[in-house]
Each structure stands twice: as C-alpha cells, then as structure tokens.
Design a binder for this molecule. Sequence first.
Ligand SMILES: C[S@@+](CC[C@H](N)C(=O)[O-])C[C@H]1O[C@@H](n2cnc3c(N)ncnc32)[C@H](O)[C@@H]1O
Length: 213
Amino acid sequence: MTPAANSSAAGTVLHSRVNPSTNRPGSMCPPVVIDLCCGRGGWAEGFLRAGWIVLGVDIRKFKDYPAPMIVRNVLEIDPRDYAGLVDLVVASPVCTEFSKLDSPGLFPSPPKPSLELVNACFRFARSLGVPIVLENVRGLQRMIGDAVQHYGSFYLWGDGVPPLKPYMPGRAGRTKLKWCHRSATLRARIPFELAYTVAQFHSNRLSYSPEGF
Ligand SMILES: C[S@@+](CC[C@H](N)C(=O)[O-])C[C@H]1O[C@@H](n2cnc3c(N)ncnc32)[C@H](O)[C@@H]1O
C-alpha cells in the first residue's frame, strides 16, 4: 500500500467509527485518541478500558497492539486526514538518544539528538487543534525544558498532561519494576495505571461517560 493510500485508510478507520456531528462534549459517542509511535500499546490499553476509540501509528507493526493501527512514519502523516475526528493525541517518540544525555557515566559526550520526531508529534496535535500528552525519558528535559509531570521514569510534556497526584494510585517508584523486562519495547510500554488515569481525565474534560462505566 502506498503511504497516501495507507493514510486515507486510516481516515476511513476513523470515519467508520466516528460521526463528527455527534462527537461533541456530553454526547455518548466515544472520544478518539491517536497514539503516535504506539509501540506495544501501553497507551491504547488504558484508553480502550476507558471506552475510547484508539488508532495507533507506528513505523513497525506490532501484532499484539490492541486496537486498529497503521504502519506509517509519523514524519509523513498528514493531519488533514484526521481533521475533526480526533479529541486527543498521545505520543511516545523513541527515547534512546535522549537517555544518553542523562547517563554521563556511560555516555560522557553523547551526540546532540534530533528533535525531529518530537516536534512532528507536537506539530500534528497543534494542526488538529487538540491537546497532546507526549511521553519520553528524563533526558529530554535537557532539550525541551521541564516535563509537566512524571510517573516514575515516564516523563510527560504537553497541554494535555493532567495533574497526576490526586488521581494516581500507588507510588510512581513502582515503575522501576519495568526494568525486569528483557524486551526494550516492553520496557518502554506505558504502565496501564498511567494510561488509564490520563484517559479518565480527558473523559471528564469531554464529559464522556461510557454506558456501564
Ligand atoms: C518508546 S516506543 C513506544 C512505546 C509505547 N508507548 C508503548 O506503550 O508500548 C517508541 C516507538 O516509536 C516507533 N517509531 C520510531 N520512529 C518512528 C517514526 N518515525 N514514526 C512512527 N513510529 C516510530 C518505534 O517503532 C517504537 O515502537
């Protein structure tokens, strides 16, 4: 499939599920989140549980991603394909180079990482006029300034980051457990409680309450 065809297929996925005329605050129409650099679907699990429609975008196909996804480079997606269909963007661009900025013992003079992918995620949300929650590692602070919040080693930027403390159960330090995973993609997976808390916050913002919730 050509990139353009793939992109319009994504628009069709959303159009088939969302009626923009009823997707208004207070309606029962589920809100829609686009999950950029979606990986193994940590964000998706939390948003699906909260009743949202989720569309993942990643340059790699992950068979266990729990929602519809398109294999696409975020640097190439056209926000116009999603105009009026989306309520929120979540994004977890790759963090490897930013981690090196935070490990002077291991990487005494790391190369300056590119912000291209991070900026593309912010630009995508801005073009759609919807809030974004962008997750990355602490080292990204050296490039774009302080995170709004963090949950363990998951640092969050963007105008969609909710205040976590009153809502989050347990202690953030628990996420250190993630280092027991051998797979890098599983280590990078957003913890369910974080994704679900962010989803709940935005359900409230949009006055969305699924039946039987
Ligand atoms: C940190 S992982 C995402 C983890 C994810 N949030 C989760 O919960 O599993 C980063 C992802 O970005 C993807 N990626 C890297 N470059 C990309 C690009 N240019 N466009 C789309 N996805 C990209 C990688 O394939 C990887 O799955």
